[in-house]
Design a protein around this ligand. Structure first.
Ligand code: SF4
Length: 374
């Protein structure tokens, strides 16, 4: 490919064109995060990034020419996608982006605001000039970096085209932020979040369920609610801690210093969080690792419905909750209502029984299974 790509983007950016503006994470010390471990942060130059944007533009022009040549009127159609897939694989990413509307762009990697503000403005201006129909441009950023940027800088960045920032706050509880080496304080998270909003940017804050473990979950959630209440972000996105080899926090688990939260515990965390939020945010549970995908709504209006979902799970008999946990983790269910499908329910029960017969612990089985998604 004539352009660089980083390893990840948020699930909500699945239809976005990915443009890498820096490589890896400038902090890279969080105990629970595997994404950039062993990789060094480096800055890409404005010229390198413009070169990638230019390559995307050329791909767009080539696709248009191919579309006209094959009688599709210049549009990226299903038929053109099939042709590209068979004959011009290097155009596939841009073709897919245009096929999905070509409206959204995500700037990689971990901390888009780490780029000097004037350079980021230059990149955004070039991007909007090359692709004037782009409507949404988003990036991940560290809360600390957002706090360090001035309101004038953030406003200039928004005016140049950035529309949304995704911040992985994980928790608002200061001792936990320190223990997990997050490199930011609750006060900085609030300062950065408020400033981003004041600059006119849409703000997504990510909360990591399970980060306080079995012992510190209440403090984790209450501190998180406090920070979110102070910021009142546009979006609150829930994530669930999962660990696999090479994640430093797993060593703490193995040394007995950190007790993993259970699925039951994370459901209680969601309940406590909802009960303590005083925000007007949209809350979303948009990740495969989350137990309760149905937690999605606008606060405070949807609060009764969302609490009913969590209570609906917590109030079920233990056997039925165990069935849901296994079915959800293995992809048989997405919602609690899916358990009403007798065929699916029976299939999951069959799996549960075979685990019991083999003497396998269901929770251990789930932990191992989830590690595959990290
Ligand atoms: S700041 Fe984000 S990307 Fe960097 S190590 Fe922490 S969680 Fe990972």
């Amino acid at each position: 490919m004539p352009f660089e790509q980083g390893p990840i983007r948020p699930p909500s950016e699945a239809e976005s064109l990915l443009i890498r503006i820096n490589r890896n994470c400038p902090w890279n010390k969080c105990l629970f995060c595997p994404v950039y471990k062993g990789k060094k942060f480096s800055r890409r130059t404005v010229e390198e990034i413009k070169g990638d944007i230019q390559a995307f533009k050329e791909a767009e022009q080539r696709l248009k020419a191919l579309s006209l040549q094959h009688g599709y009127g210049g549009a990226v159609t299903v038929e053109l996608m099939e042709l590209i897939y068979q004959q011009e694989q290097e155009l596939f990413q841009v073709a897919m982006w245009l096929y999905r509307g070509g409206k959204n762009v995500f700037l990689q990697d971990a901390d888009g605001l780490a780029m000097p503000a004037d350079k980021l403005v230059e990149v955004l201006t070039f991007l909007k000039k090359q692709f004037p129909t782009v409507e949404r441009v988003t990036t991940y950023a560290r809360g600390k970096t957002a706090a360090k940027r001035s309101l004038e800088q953030l406003t200039a960045i928004r005016e140049a085209g950035l529309t949304r920032v995704h911040i992985g706050m994980e928790t608002g509880h200061d001792p936990l932020l320190t223990a997990m080496r997050k490199g930011v304080t609750a006060a900085e998270l609030v300062e950065g979040g408020k400033k981003l909003k004041e600059a006119g940017l849409s703000l997504s804050e990510y909360v990591l369920l399970g980060l306080g473990g079995k012992d510190g979950w209440q403090e984790h959630i209450l501190g998180t609610a406090e920070v979110l209440n102070a910021i009142d972000p546009h979006f609150i996105r829930l994530r669930t801690l999962a660990l696999r080899r090479k994640i430093p926090l797993l060593e703490h688990v193995e040394a007995g210093m950190f007790q993993r939260q259970t699925d039951e515990g994370t459901a209680r965390e969601v309940k406590l969080l909802l009960e303590n939020l005083r925000v007007t945010s949209t809350i979303v549970s948009d990740h495969i690792l989350n137990l309760l995908e149905e937690i999605e709504g606008k606060l405070p209006w949807d609060m009764p419905r969302l609490l009913a979902v969590v209570n609906g799970y917590l109030d079920m008999p233990e056997e039925r909750r165990a069935n849901f946990r296994l079915g959800r983790r293995l992809g048989h269910y997405r919602t609690l209502g899916d358990m009403e499908d007798k065929r699916r329910f029976a299939e999951v029960e069959g799996l549960r029984r075979s685990l019991l017969e083999r003497g396998e612990d269901q929770e251990e089985f789930i932990v191992k299974h989830l590690a595959r998604y990290v």
